[in-house]
Design a protein around this ligand. Structure first.
Ligand code: NAI
Length: 334
């Protein structure tokens, strides 16, 4: 029996191509995983099934871990996002995005190495909006103590388990004294339970400036939904863009690892997509499974491949998706 049993969603658009590339690399790294293929996405809709069938949700809840390629949100009235469905049904409250500079991929921000914990369920994303008068619009920002507590705790637990030294809370409590004040107070209360981890906080605008002027000072950032949404794209840009930005959506019972980017229909089926973001999501998953050695081996092989100048077109190279994956796999076999 394989050491790990992991759900696999091959996705829409470029999903199947980058999934195959990732499987090629993981196989070369000799990671002992039994993959359980799950259905979700456009193919389900075309067969008259829900975009995320109930069996897939149940299996993810049962096995507790999955690797997911991007899913397309169908266009049209009443269409539901498969990604939002998964997040809600599995209560994946933490969006966790590691942001690290890669050797062989020069950027303006060398040495970046931080992890963003974004609260995934609250804030202005409840879509509670209305016109108070014909010319005045209200959007409700909803923050709960329980929501703040679990994301802050997740960040500190991660820091402790992964040898990170500091957690920074990002907020705007100087203006939103009640909602962001609750977030900050809860952060400080949770921080007191982790005396081994340094805790500090930054106002979100100052944090943005610091990210591009003093980026090596930051380690783990924890923040509310909207600030996290914006900060994580800013950080993805700092280390090379969408093609190399991994992530995970995590809850208490399930962790689903996925690239930040979407299904890129404009390049689907052309063997051109960069599989790095999904590959780094898979290595993030390996760390979650305790396979730290395999994570380090794969990331080393990826960086060696980039240093040799083998890159996909989005990074200025000419390698196809499959050739890039094969080059990383060869590094691992060497
Ligand atoms: P997108 O991220 O799919 O594409 C944006 C641009 O980045 C495109 O030009 C695309 O070619 C390029 N790109 C993205 N990933 C790339 C990769 N790995 N290698 C090379 N180039 C890459 O965003 P878009 O076009 O807004 O969304 C397309 C579909 O994906 C939509 O249906 C959207 O709802 C869905 N989506 C799904 C997500 C998920 O499953 N987590 C996340 C974001 C969007």
């Amino acid at each position: 029996m394989a050491q790990h049993k992991v759900c696999l969603i091959r996705g829409d658009g470029i999903g199947p191509e980058i999934t195959q590339a990732v499987l090629t690399v993981l196989e070369a790294a000799k990671v002992d995983i039994e993959w359980v293929d799950l259905e979700a996405g456009l193919a389900c809709v075309e067969r008259g099934l829900p975009i995320v069938p109930e069996e897939s949700i149940q299996k993810l809840a049962e096995l507790g871990v999955g690797l997911k390629a991007p899913l397309t949100t169908p266009i049209g009235k009443g269409s539901v996002s498969p990604n939002v469905t998964l997040r809600k049904r599995l209560d994946l409250y933490a969006c966790v995005r590691p942001v690290r500079s890669l050797r062989g991929l020069p950027t303006l921000f060398p040495g970046t190495d931080l992890v963003i914990f974004r609260e995934n369920t609250e804030d202005v994303y409840g879509q509670v909006e209305y016109m108070a008068t014909p010319t005045v619009a209200y959007t409700l920002k909803i923050i709960t103590e329980g929501g703040c507590e679990r994301i802050c705790r997740a960040a500190f637990e991660y820091a402790r388990a992964n040898g990170r030294r500091r957690v920074t809370a990002v907020h705007k409590a100087n203006i939103m004294k009640i909602a962001d004040g609750l977030f900050l107070r809860t952060f400080q209360r949770v921080a007191a339970e982790y005396p081994d981890i340094e805790a500090n906080d930054r106002i979100v605008d100052a944090q943005c400036m610091h990210l591009v002027t003093r980026w090596t000072e930051y380690d783990v950032l924890v923040t509310e939904n909207l600030y996290g949404d914006i900060l994580s794209d800013l950080c993805a840009g700092m280390v090379g863009g969408l093609g190399v930005a991994p992530g995970a959506n995590m809850g208490t019972k399930c962790a689903l690892f996925e690239a930040v980017h979407g299904s890129a229909p404009d390049i689907a089926g052309q063997n051109r997509a960069n599989p790095t973001a999904l590959l780094l999501s898979a290595t993030q998953m390996l760390a979650h499974l305790g396979e730290h050695r395999a994570k380090a081996d794969i990331e080393g092989a990826l960086e060696a491949t980039l240093e040799r100048g083998v890159k996909t077109t989005d990074l200025g190279g000419d390698a196809t998706t499959s050739a890039f994956a094969e080059a990383i796999a060869s590094e691992l076999r060497a």
